[in-house]
Design a protein around this ligand. Sequence first.
Ligand SMILES: [Zn+2]
Length: 159
Amino acid sequence: MPGMIDNPEVPREDWRCMEVADLLEKHTGQKTIVCEMCGEVTIRFVHIMEHDNFDEVLGVCVSCAEKMTGDEANPRRVERGIRNKSAARDEWLARHWYLSVRDNWVVNVEGVNMGVFPVKFQNGLWSCRIDNKFFKGMYPSAEEAKYALFDEYWKTRRN
Ligand SMILES: [Zn+2]
């Protein structure tokens, strides 16, 4: 599909970035898209752009995001942050998780003990804890519960 860049009705400037999304994390089934502006680059990290005078939201590459916002610094910086998080997230499941005697999956991360466990009386649902702090959330799989732990770990790590 050719990019919007060839369409004269599409504004060139004054776009805003709503979010930089990692398509792999979004579980949409689609792991990459072709940049909707230039139509040339296949991207996993998508800058989602909106414009006051244009009805559609566009998913674009970092170079197009720079041109569309006139901002040479932030699109790349924001994408780098998202990439770092995604790399850590990709490694998360590969950490040394072990099965405890009570059938919990447990991992030690930087001296903190974390675990995911099946929820009692909730068939098939999982929850998680960091040390003795138990989460309220329930997740459809052990993997999803592990990712919930990751999100929490990442938040505390950044502050
Ligand atoms: Zn592009």
